[in-house]
Design a protein around this ligand. Structure first.
Ligand code: GDP
Ligand code: MG
Length: 652
């Protein structure tokens, strides 16, 4: 229960004295966590509220008052009870009925809280993270400030159909040969000039999943998807996946039929195959633009760039370059020499060195902006990809970036977000009770399953994902690794805090702990392990998890004895006088009492006596006195089976 006990510490942040309330009605850390009904919108509404409370509510009447309950992404049971004016014990009781044991200070997630509130008849208003970020993103721009911007293009398609080669050919440099193992390791982004004179921004995503993950986090990055299909291979599973992703994102497709230089290229087959997935190419009377090309010979590349520009003109892409910049993190890594480096696609406004930026739970001051040619630049406008140096920590791919007015605002936002992140992790932790559905599946899966909680921090997203994937494959139905937090960057104090709550180990892959984190870990007795080879890491975890496996129990038969007579001895109780019929009996050994071939008792031998003396063992043929631990009902004629139990270590 130490995990639970430590939970009590989690909501402590809430009881901090509130900061001086800002005059704006924008949500801040403090008032986001208070009930919204306490928020003063205007004097009039305050008066209405007072009237409602004094006039319309008869205090002595016990009638239940149904409320609109504001629920943030995580909430303590005490807080929830307060907001609903219900008793916390009632909530705990409801949760208990669902099979989850909670204390009043436990943190539950919004879904669970909503279920409870609705069950009690209240209405729920969920507050999202975006409320705190009110005005941070997507504030409207005046029409006259808008200027044309370059289209942002993502190249998707089945593996080996030539995405990297195409991107590469377009940049007229060769990354493929420099790429480790031919896999696209990091998302890159580049700008290319079309023959018509316009710029096009290309993003190289490592996979469709990344594309969707970004979209899921509200980052609409791509304007146009170029679907690469190899003419010798035609439509493959990931081609279909890409079509679906593009459709879901409502982004226009341009089909690039690649590798037409090959003798077995059959572009016509590609065209007809695509019809099956509702992609009608222009040459077949549809409206999807297409081009046959070869990334190898360069044939058709100009045509592709032209088509992109034409498609972009139809989309009339515009943005206001004269404002504080907003964008999205395409990739982020912790660089040994330069610290956290984020590749950011600017989407509105212009970013300059010196700007205060926030992304996810990180913030910083822009130290330098590096463009796609590796040169330092002093301004990056809409659709321009840049490497941003100066973040205090490593944000995550897909995080939206914004320039804010000042450091205080940056801290306010990131404080709230990291708080939220921690609480979410904590809520997810509590016996896997992130939602009622989870609780149920947990119960079904059998409460006996042991979990090995881990926190993984790595240098780049790619390796963290690989580690998490490899760990997921470890384990069986008895033990499993549970990654409670994974991310890019150094190990922080908050990681250590989480590890303490979760009783987990912290793993650093090519990263190190910050000084404060190291001290905190030492103090809390949290183990931090460093690795630079995934194989070693997985091996060690496997060994550690094996230690959690229940040992196999193996019985070794010692011998049998028969009860000749039972004596009742004062102070000692019943003692059986026996003769060992085969093998031997030992003191402290396990015994079974067998009567008419039925096992009537299983337990331990408490006393073993020969004549008046306590002995260690008695051999076959000899007589002895035996007594059992907490069992008295033995009878003459019973057989005593004596055995030892050995524990045998198992491994995964
Ligand atoms: P990705 O997995 O989609 O990024 O594919 P790659 O760009 O890594 O290409 C896979 C393989 O196809 C590499 O061996 C390329 O040399 C080859 N390739 C790519 N484009 C062409 C092309 O137009 N013609 C030929 N003949 N080979 C190509
Ligand atoms: Mg590739």
């Amino acid at each position: 229960m130490t995990v639970r006990a430590a939970f009590a510490a989690v909501p402590a942040a809430r009881s901090r004295p509130p900061r001086p309330a800002p005059s704006r009605t924008r949500l801040t850390l403090t008032n986001a966590l208070e009930d919204s009904s306490d928020r003063m919108r205007s004097e009039a509404s305050f008066r209405r509220r007072v009237q409602r409370m004094t006039g319309r509510r008869p205090t002595e009447q016990k009638e239940k008052i149904l409320r609109e309950v504001t629920i943030p992404e995580t909430i303590t049971i005490a807080d929830l009870a307060n907001r609903m004016s219900e008793r916390a014990v009632d909530i705990i009781r409801m949760l208990m009925k669902q099979g989850a044991m909670h204390k009043i200070t436990d943190v539950i997630d919004a879904d669970t809280a909503q279920l409870i509130a609705e069950e009690l008849g209240h209405t729920v208003r969920r507050v999202a993270e975006s409320d705190v970020e009110e005005g941070l993103f997507d504030s409207p721009d005046p029409e006259e400030m808008l200027e044309g911007r370059a289209p942002v293009v993502t190249i998707m398609g089945h593996v080996d159909h030539g995405k990297t080669s195409l991107l590469d050919a377009l940049r007229k440099t060769n990354v493929v040969s420099g790429e480790a193992g031919g896999i696209t390791q990091h998302i890159g982004a580049y700008q290319v000039m079309t023959p018509l004179g316009g710029l096009v921004t290309f993003i190289d995503t490592p996979g469709h999943a990344a594309f969707t993950a970004m979209r899921a986090r509200g980052a609409k990055v791509t304007d146009i998807v170029v679907l690469v299909v190899a003419a010798n291979d035609s439509v493959m599973p990931q081609t279909v996946e890409a079509i679906n992703h593009a459709k879901a994102a409502k982004v226009p497709l341009i089909v690039a039929i690649n590798k037409i230089d090959l003798p077995d290229a059959r572009p016509e087959k590609v065209k007809t195959d695509l019809l099956q997935y509702e992609v009608q190419l222009e040459s077949l009377g549809g409206d999807v633009l297409e081009v046959e090309l070869s990334a190898k010979t360069g044939q058709g590349l100009d045509k592709l760039l032209e088509l992109i520009q034409l498609q972009a003109e139809v989309l009339e892409l515009k943005a206001n370059p004269f404002r504080l910049a907003e964008g999205t993190v395409i990739e982020a890594k912790l660089d040994r020499g330069r610290g956290p480096v984020a590749t950011v696609l600017i989407q509105r406004g212009t970013m300059h060195p010196g700007d205060i930026i926030v992304a996810g739970a990180e913030w910083g001051r822009v130290r330098a902006l590096i463009n796609d040619k590796g040169e330092s630049t002093d301004g990056a406008g809409p659709s321009v990809p840049v490497e941003v140096l100066g973040f205090n920590g490593t944000p995550e791919a897909g995080d939206r970036v914004a320039v804010v007015e000042n450091e205080a605002r940056a801290r306010e936002i990131t404080d709230y977000r990291s708080n939220l992140k921690r609480e979410k992790a904590a809520a997810r932790l509590g016996a896997g009770r992130s939602s009622l559905a989870d609780m149920m599946s947990q119960l079904k899966a059998g409460a006996g399953k042991k979990e090995f909680p881990l926190i993984i921090k790595g240098d780049v997203q790619g390796s963290v994902e690989a580690i998490v994937g490899a760990l997921a494959k470890l384990g069986n139905d008895e033990v499993a690794a549970r990654v409670i937090l994974s991310g890019v960057g150094g190990i922080t104090e908050s990681d250590v805090g989480l590890a303490q709550t979760a009783g987990s180990v912290i793993i650093g892959f090519n990263t190190r702990a910050h000084k404060e984190a190291r001290a905190a870990a030492e103090q809390a007795g949290i183990e931090i392990r460093y690795y630079n080879i995934i194989y070693d890491l997985v091996d060690d975890i496997k060994a550690a998890m094996s230690g959690l496996l229940a040992p196999e129990l193996r019985e070794t038969m010692l011998g049998n004895a028969e009860i000749l007579e039972v004596f009742n001895i004062t102070k000692v109780g019943k003692v059986a006088g026996c003769r060992v019929t085969d093998g031997r009996v030992e003191r402290g050994a396990n015994v079974r009492l067998i009567r008419d071939s039925v096992v009537v008792h299983e337990g331990k031998l408490s006393t073993l006596k020969r004549f008046k003396d306590e002995v260690k063992e008695v051999q076959v043929g000899q007589e002895c006195g035996m007594a059992f631990e907490s069992y008295q009902d033995m009878r003459a004629g019973d057989i005593i089976e004596c055995y030892r139990v050995e524990e045998i270590k198992r491994s995964l």
